[in-house]
Every structure is written in C-alpha cells, then in structure tokens.
Design a protein around this ligand. Structure first.
Ligand code: CO
Ligand code: CO
Length: 319
C-alpha cells in the first residue's frame, strides 16, 4: 500500500486505516453511511445454517460501530459444475431468513463460478456521525463486557475433523447465528466508550486493537470469560485451529499471561471466532446495568471479563 496514492476526504469518519469494524462516511451533519463486507467458506455442514451464520457475521461489523444495517448484497462463489444448485438455494434461503429477522433488505448481489463455495454479503447501514462507537476510546476504570461465549473456532475445527458432538455443534451454531442487534441497541441506550466484535483475531487480538498505541492497559480475568464448555475437551484433544497459533504469534508481544495458567486459557482467548460477540468498554458504574439488561434480553452468556487501567501503555495482563 506504501506506493499507492493516499486519499483524503473530510467526510471519511472511519476508513481503511486502523482496525475499525466498518467504514463510516458522513453524508450530512445528521447522517453517515456504515459499510462493510465479509464472505467465507462453509464452517458447518448444513447449507441453510451456513447462510444464517454468514449474514449474522456480515451484519455484526455494522452493529459493532453502533450503526443500523439497512440493506445488503449477496456475494457468491459457486462451483456450478460439481455442486447441485439446490445447495446454493439453501444457503441463500438461510441468509434471507436471517436478513428478515434483522429487518435488513436484500437489494441484489453477484455470483461467480469458483472451485469452492463461498458466501457473504456487503452491508450498508446508517449512523449519526457523532454517535459512532469506535474500537478505540476505552478509559481507565472502564469494565469490559463480552456478549457471546468463545470457542467457535475450536468447535469448527472439530466439525471439520468429524469429532464434534451434536451438543457442541448446536451450541456453536446458536452462538454464530445470534444477531448482535439487541446487544448493540442496549449498548447505545446505556452509553459506552468503545466497542468491537470478536472475530478472526480472537478475544485477545481484538482487545489488543482497542488499546494498541494508547496509554491504556487491559486486565482480563480469565475465569470470568464465557466459553462453550465442549470446547475445552476438544482443545484437550488437540482440535485447535491453525489461526490460534497465528493470533498468538502476532499479539503475544503485548500480552502478559500469569504464570501457571492452563494452556487452554491461551487457546480459548486466542481462538478465532466466526460471528462472535461484542466486546464493549464502558464506565464501571454502567457495567452492571448493561449486563442485567443483556441477561434480561436472553443474552445469557454476557459477562464482565475485565477492566481498563491507566497503564502500562498498550499492555494486556491475563490472570
Ligand atoms: Co469487526
Ligand atoms: Co470486520
């Protein structure tokens, strides 16, 4: 990117720089566009469920910015010569059902012939330019809330290896198809300092993005972090995705793990998530209220998992 000409546009609120979940572009003093796209290969065997996961995942980056998704377009790669078209129809039906639940309108899409099935969406939402919730902005004294359990990376790996039990699959699918819509609405009502969604870099990877280059530090209480129980047993069997090691290598320089923690703590905190929960930083005095309201709305795994401190700058300590 170094040799490419840089753009500057006074209306660009969040762009390709930094780690923001979506682009934000101001249209007027009252309204800005929130735009994102995401697509990937199937992570579950059922085509309809895969469609629902892809939509839940694609919408999540808009919710993580505090935006309201409005329209979406399908992105499809399909191996028409070796796969039955009915499979694609099931994927798209799952996607459409999830869009309807989210009250987002499908306005089109594009498909190409490809050796491997891939599905996702580009999503457009709206937001007030002054109400964007950035990844950065956590304040010493804040509490951190995570709204979904970790472990979907481990369970997806187990599914691919044919080692995942029905209960584990059901729990992972439930989590990956749960919209972050309600959590985002409650977050906006209560008022927060920062938010991102936990996806491919794992909890610690995305927590690092929240404080990298800032003066703040994060303390994570590993015993408070929610995870899908079956993930532990599968990790013990070695069903840890390759992405976990990549995430750890990339970010371990910022992270201090308390000596003596079980290896599973590192495996689960760096587990790459698909369609993960929101990681929210908010004032301590509001954390209990948001947590109660999340639980009342059925987001029962939501938990306070740590806090923000004044330093050491850009460090995460896990105990
Ligand atoms: Co994101
Ligand atoms: Co994203």
């Amino acid at each position: 990117m170094r040799d490419l000409p840089q753009q500057s546009d006074p209306n660009l609120i969040a762009g390709a720089e930094g780690y923001e979940d979506a682009g934000v572009y101001k249209l007027s003093n009252d309204i800005a566009l929130v735009q994102t796209l995401d697509f990937f290969t199937p992570i579950v065997d059922d085509a309809y469920t895969f469609g629902k996961i892809a939509v839940t995942n694609a919408l999540s980056d808009v919710y993580a910015m505090g935006g309201r998704p409005l329209t979406a377009m399908n992105i499809v790669c399909f191996p028409a010569t070796k796969m039955d078209l009915s499979i694609l129809n099931r994927v798209l039906a799952g996607g459409l059902d999830k869009l309807q639940e989210a009250e987002v309108t499908l306005v089109g899409g594009h498909s190409v012939e490809d050796p491997e099935l891939k599905y996702g969406l580009s999503v457009t939402g709206l937001i007030h330019p002054d109400k964007v919730v950035f990844n950065r902005g956590c304040v010493p004294g804040d509490r951190l809330i995570l709204t979904k359990p970790l472990g979907t990376g481990i369970i997806s790996t187990a599914i691919k290896a044919g080692m995942a039990g029905e209960k584990a699959i059901a729990r992972a699918v439930y989590s990956m198809t749960a919209l972050n819509k309600k959590a985002a609405e409650l977050m906006l009502e209560v008022g927060v300092h920062a938010c991102t969604d936990v996806t491919g870099f794992g909890l610690l990877g995305h927590a690092c993005e929240m404080i990298e280059g800032t003066e703040a530090a994060i303390i994570i209480d590993s015993s408070a972090v929610p995870y899908i129980p079956e993930a532990r047993e599968m990790a013990d069997m070695g069903l840890v995705p390759g992405g976990t090691t990549r995430n750890r290598c990339f970010r371990e320089v910022m992270v201090d793990m308390e000596p003596g923690l079980h290896i599973f703590v590192s495996d689960i905190l760096f587990d790459p998530q698909t369609s993960g929960g929101l990681l929210i930083s908010l004032p301590a005095e509001k954390a209990g209220e948001l947590l109660d309201r999340l639980h009342q709305e059925g987001i029962v795994d939501a938990a306070i998992i740590g806090r923000v401190e004044a330093g050491p700058a850009g460090r995460i300590r896990v105990h």
